[in-house]
Design a protein around this ligand. Structure first.
Ligand code: GAP
Length: 445
């Protein structure tokens, strides 16, 4: 390991070179701070989302999923407080006209040119658009800035249709949009991003205990994703920093190259949202407690995470440069993404040593067998280009845990070489044991 601190430029360049992320509309000169996930990026991103869903929906019996629409009735955002409160303080530089978030400035002058700044105005972060062919005040709708409201307005539907008993949760992941004043640090702060949110409804008496439990559960999830726990911390919000709906919030922060940054918040939203929607619509959004024989409006504990920020933290965290000795005795540096097998975009790479038909026939058969075997729930890649050394380096750089190499001896001894990313160890095994070996190594990795 050469250096523990990976800079952003290194990761940005790896992302482009290897097909994780591209700038949006690049051939048109790009659109500021919007990004497209490439073939490997979408795999890694889906693996993060699947892990979240697996851990917090499939493996529990108290949480169900939801996929609500991005566009909602505009009153939802008035009642939730977003129209009035979801804003950041904006200032303009009088000289160079650059815009800044006043709460992020260290002095009262423009960080770029030192010019004087305008008075603070509150700038609402919600994107507005119009529904239907006529653009007027009655056709205004918002792109959701959080997925949570889709859950609150469906509280009754989900609880009744699924016959849920307190405590229970509703999980949702999907796109959210915020017209941020300042964006940047690659995909850390963008205007379009993806969220993974759980609204966990509890008896108000139990709010603190459940809140603490969610903080612990999520720290454990990040640990299981293979993240370095020294680079994670929990930070409680001061009273003045709390969102308009929150009684308490803890952020889980990651140590990014520029400092600590939030990847997830866990908030106690109390009964703020259910009460507000109930009052506005006249619908009873409560839970009937049979034991107590009374209606209660549950409190909500909300673990809310940003997929893109977790994606970036995982890339930074798994990136390593290692000095290795090459075949000619010289030392060389290899780049490795030490992703867990669960997160790796490509699970297994099949690498025939040559393109000759006899070898490619066997390699193709092995490739098909691995793909259809169900030991790998993800991409298996076939690569017969370049030297084997270069192919190993590429697979290391994109985090593939296992390579299977087929050589001319394989035709006679019916064996192949398994090569492991982290140790670079190579073992020769019979083709008949291959699927079981892959299964063992992917599950234990
Ligand atoms: N419903 C709660 C809520 O929206 P939040 O702290 O504003 O809470 C949750 O957002 C998560 O969404 C954050 O922890 C962060 O990971 C992610 N996030 C928020 N704004 C973002 C942005 N502009 N770009 C990328 N991710 C963002």
């Amino acid at each position: 390991m050469l250096d523990d601190l990976v800079d952003l430029k290194t990761i940005t360049s790896l992302c482009k070179r290897r097909g994780f992320l591209f700038q949006s509309s690049e051939i048109y000169g790009g659109l500021a701070s919007t990004w497209d996930y490439g073939p490997l990026g979408v795999e890694l991103k889906n693996n993060i989302k699947t892990s979240w869903w697996k851990n917090f929906v499939w493996s529990r019996n108290d949480i169900v999923g939801l996929d609500s629409a991005i566009l909602m009735h505009p009153d939802v955002w008035k009642v939730s407080g977003h129209v009035e409160n979801f804003s950041d303080p904006l200032v303009d530089c009088i000289s160079c006209r650059k815009r800044w978030r006043e709460d992020q400035l260290e002095s009262k002058s423009c960080p770029d040119c030192g010019g004087a700044l305008t008075d603070v105005r509150q700038f609402n972060l919600m994107f507005e658009t119009n529904m239907g062919p006529i653009k007027d005040d009655n056709s205004n709708v918002y792109l959701r800035p959080e997925t949570a409201q889709g859950i609150f307005v469906n509280f009754e539907n989900v609880m009744k249709s699924m016959r849920l008993k307190l405590p229970f949760g509703i999980a949702q992941l999907g796109k959210a949009f915020r017209n941020e004043i300042t964006t940047g640090n690659f995909i850390f702060r963008t205007r379009e991003f993806e969220m993974m949110e759980i609204e966990y409804f509890v008896n108000p008496e139990n709010d603190q205990r459940v809140y603490d439990q969610w903080v612990t559960d999520f720290m454990n999830w990040y640990k299981n994703l293979g993240m370095d726990t020294d680079k994670l911390r929990i930070r409680e919000h001061d009273k003045g920093e709390l969102a308009h709906y929150a009684k308490a919030t803890s952020d889980i922060e990651y140590q990014f190259p520029w400092g600590w940054g939030e990847i997830q918040g866990i908030a106690n939203r109390t009964d703020y949202d259910l009460q507000a929607h109930s009052k506005q619509t006249g619908q009873k959004l409560s839970y009937f407690d049979e034991k107590l024989s009374k209606h209660i409006v549950p409190y909500v504990i909300e673990p809310s995470a940003g997929v893109d920020r977790i994606f970036m933290a995982i890339l930074l965290d798994s990136y390593q440069e290692e000095v290795v000795s090459s075949i000619n005795g010289k030392s060389d540096t290899r780049i490795v993404l030490k992703l867990t097998p669960e997160l790796a975009p490509i699970k297994v790479a099949v690498l025939p040593l040559s393109r000759k038909d006899v070898l490619s026939d066997l390699a193709t058969q092995i490739y098909k067998d691995i793909k259809s075997s169900a030991v790998t729930t993800g991409v298996v890649e076939y690569d017969d280009s370049q030297s084997i050394g270069k192919r190993y380096r590429r697979q290391d750089e994109i985090g593939t845990p296992i390579c299977v190499t087929i050589d001319f001896d394989s035709l006679d001894d019916k064996c192949v070489t398994l090569r492991f990313r982290d140790t670079m160890e190579q073992i020769r095994i019979p083709i008949s044991d291959l699927i079981e070996q892959i299964r063992l190594n992917l599950n234990n990795g």
